[in-house]
Design a protein around this ligand. Sequence first.
Ligand SMILES: [Cu+2]
Length: 186
Amino acid sequence: MRPGRPSTSDGAAATDNPAAQPTTSPSVTASIFLPPGESAGAITYDETAVPEGATADVQVRVQDGSTFVQFTGTGLEADRDFGAHVHTRPCGDEPADAGPHYQNEVDPAATEDEPSTDPDYANHENEVWLDMTTDGSGNAFVTSTVDWEFREGEAHSLVLHDEHTSTHEGHAGTAGDRLACVTVEF
Ligand SMILES: [Cu+2]
């Protein structure tokens, strides 16, 4: 993982003044999970794992060609594993509406019906994975940094899944049912 501040100097050394840091300002999406039909922002498909009223805060920051994504959740089911990834399409009333995972290098073998499960493409460096485990109060915090930037307009959501993400051949990138979805313009 890269450090969060610039390491080389070009005369713009980091100082104690946050405004002096040469980062682009993060985009922040704060949402409250609601049942399908009541929200296009954050939707829960499983109110045990992701109760109505749970919150999601997604921050995205681009710096020096790398992309940093941070998820903070509250009000989720306590002491529970979730898989999570950036997906291509916005959330909808149906869990499948969010489409497949966003990939930096797109798996040429993937199709609409058979998404990529090739670990050469479906991995945490070529996709954004934000697997997490909630604490005893249902809070979760997770970050991921990848060394590329999203193609504009091709990544639109963060999907929470039932399990941590598999890395095995033929199952890579799978994480069980889609429990909830947050629409984010990456
Ligand atoms: Cu996913």
